[in-house]
Design a protein around this ligand. Structure first.
Ligand code: ZN
Length: 293
């Protein structure tokens, strides 16, 4: 469970895996270990095996063909590297499933019985912020939604459906909007140029800048201004969560969910609570956004 916290305090990093460098791109490609026998060999690797979720980890075998005539040696190594990195996930999955069973023979029986998470997590899609790992939450404890720069947009059917289901059906007690310093989405929004398909998405962050233009422009240090926009974006997304009818109705009836704004820091693995005052925001916005009548 997430320990209680007060404004400005940090959560300790519960767990992390030092794997920030995994990028199977040509630029960073490292050939995988060669098979001892040479030529073709068996691996358990297929995206269409249906093995995922079985917990067995025994995907049907597929063969890596020997290097074809005309195929460059490096291409062959790339192919093997990609297959082995895919297969690694099945091996991890099997170890995870085996360990859960070892710790609790009823683990998967309970998991299959249903979910009643107390937390809805709305975070950035950035691969370095695994919600459960950094908070110590286990399977079944958090309902998770992630997108670029952790935005909550009223016309986004995806995030609105997640909030609706989490609040009305799962009856979550807390909604956490967690942003992070060094967010690429926020950085892109600070760059006044055409970002193509991302323009309408980033515009929501640019609108946050416009709302706080005076405060942000007064910060001369660009890094500090960037950090502050990350924080203000989180606070505005919390406000957007509170504007929803689902949250307003539930809070009036049950006094929950409580909405929290957090920021994760890559440099020390800590989460900072921005101390979003939900009751004050709710009171402020209900002059215009009251949906409980
Ligand atoms: Zn981000």
């Amino acid at each position: 469970m997430i320990p209680s916290r007060v404004g400005g305090q940090h959560l300790r990093l519960a767990a992390s895996r030092p794997n920030p460098g995994y990028r199977p791109s040509a630029a960073s490609f490292k050939p995988a270990r060669r098979p001892a026998s040479g030529g073709s060999r068996n691996v358990s690797s297929s995206s269409s095996t249906g093995a995922s979720g079985s917990g067995s980890g025994s995907a049907p075998n597929a063969k890596i063909p020997a290097r074809l005539p005309g195929m460059a040696e490096n291409d062959h190594d790339v192919e093997r590297y990609l297959r082995e990195n895919h297969q690694r996930l099945f091996e991890n999955n099997k170890q995870w499933a085996d360990q859960r069973l070892k710790e609790d023979p009823e683990f998967f029986t309970n998991l299959a019985a249903g979910q009643s998470p107390e937390y809805l997590w709305i975070g950035c899609s950035d691969s370095r912020i695994p919600a459960e790992a950094i908070t110590g939450l286990q399977a079944g404890e958090a309902f998770v939604h992630r997108n670029i720069a952790n935005l909550v947009i009223s016309t986004d059917l995806n995030v609105m459906s997640v909030i609706n289901y989490a609040v009305r059906h799962l009856k979550v007690k807390h909604i956490v909007v967690c942003g992070h310093y060094s967010c690429g989405g926020v950085k892109a929004a600070m760059t006044p140029k055409d970002m193509g398909l991302l323009n309408p998405w980033l515009r929501n962050i640019r609108d946050v800048y416009r709302l706080y233009e005076k405060e942000l422009d007064a910060i001369k240090d660009e890094k500090k201004r960037y950090d502050r926009l990350v924080e203000l974006n989180v606070i505005e997304q919390c406000r957007n969560v509170i504007k929803t009818a689902d949250v307003q109705h539930s809070f009036e009836e049950n006094r929950y969910p409580i909405v929290h704004g957090w920021v994760f820091n890559f440099e020390d693995g800590r989460i900072t609570d921005l101390s979003v005052d939900m009751k004050k925001i709710l009171g402020d916005i209900q002059k215009i956004y009251n949906l409980t009548e």
